[in-house]
Design a protein around this ligand. Sequence first.
Ligand SMILES: C[S@@+](CC[C@H](N)C(=O)[O-])C[C@H]1O[C@@H](n2cnc3c(N)ncnc32)[C@H](O)[C@@H]1O
Length: 146
Amino acid sequence: MDARKTFDEQKRHWQDVYETNPDKFGQSPSSAALLAHELFAARGVKTALELGCGAGRDTLFFLQQGLRVTAADYATRAIKALAERASGISSGQLSVVEHDVRLPLPFAGRSFDACYSHMLLCMALTTKEIEGILLEIWRVLKPGGL
Ligand SMILES: C[S@@+](CC[C@H](N)C(=O)[O-])C[C@H]1O[C@@H](n2cnc3c(N)ncnc32)[C@H](O)[C@@H]1O
């Protein structure tokens, strides 16, 4: 399998999806986000990094729960849709970043209380890339981060 070709095709796929239907995953939070919120509340999480946020159904939910969220995705249209949706409900609580998670995260070490991601690590990524992403998550989490 040509990993590069598969990756490029998948990136094009997601750009097309959000261009034609930013609501592909709906606007309600996923069950993973509901569970994560319980864990966040129990651990006193205030700042979260979300990777592969898409159009932000889970991001918006976390914002509504009072978290400060930094949300990243490589699909330009998804990031735009999220910023538009969030403008009415958050002021200064959201940062959106267009970012390919195969590259180092553009954040200082020990920046976040938690990192959340739903359906990202199952994308077209090699094992080595997934290892790199996990190391980067570990770097940007505060000690004891979730
Ligand atoms: C299955 S969707 C899930 C979206 C969102 N987490 C949700 O549950 O609604 C996967 C997301 O991962 C993003 N993605 C895939 N590969 C990526 C990469 N290398 N860097 C950043 N985002 C990526 C896609 O653009 C897409 O938004």
